[in-house]
Design a protein around this ligand. Sequence first.
Ligand code: SAM
Length: 245
Amino acid sequence: EPALYLVPTPIGNLEDMTYRAVRILKEADCIAAEDTRNTKKLCNHFEIHTPLISYHEHNRQQSGEAILERLRSGSRVALVSDAGMPAISDPGYELVQACIEEEIPVVALPGANAALTALIASGIAPQPFYFYGFLNRSRKEKKKELEELRKKDGALIFYESPHRLKETLALLHEYLGDRPIVLARELTKRFEEYIRGTISEALEWASTQEVRGEFVLVVEGSNEVEEEAVWWEDVSLKEHVDHYV
Ligand code: SAM
């Protein structure tokens, strides 16, 4: 029976590969990988001998069509990205959509993901949360995005590359104010650390050293809504409000 398997891979620590992920990769007819050389190393480690094909941002049209063709002819295809969950700030979504359209089963395996790992250890209220992934690279677009995010009342989760971290923190400070933030660095790896504080403190941290490694940013949500609620109580209009809501 054909199926597209979405298989998470470790974000740093090979022990985070699941038993099921290994089995599915072994049993699949082929593995579609973002970077075949990278995935080859993972496969060698787990003694997986399934053929690899390439599926990434830049060949996703053509390669996606070839993958669909394999699925139509009955193959089981496993999709992996370089790290973590496929389709989360990584290629995959379009392939999933195409499979659903053609009634090809899609099977997602749970597993490693940087955003959720950072969120649950951040100490920032995890519900609701808003996963944004990467902000736009252009400064102008970034500002527009942050303007939109300013009023969101849940935790905000961003991915950011180390060489853009400082600039992004400066913009977060400017647009969101000096809120609590946690920088989750090198998760599951040897030098894993959490830098906790306000955005201005995080900016200072990033300014006083060469920033290296992989980062997830978890920012506390806007408290504008809460302040509004307090105001209603203050003026004791509660009974009146009840009539209107
Ligand atoms: N699909 C992946 C997932 O499920 O988390 C995310 C892929 S995205 C292209 C890569 C970004 O994820 C990095 O730039 C970084 O922001 C974040 N990331 C991945 N691994 C990480 C780690 N070990 N520690 C901290 N952040 C990580």
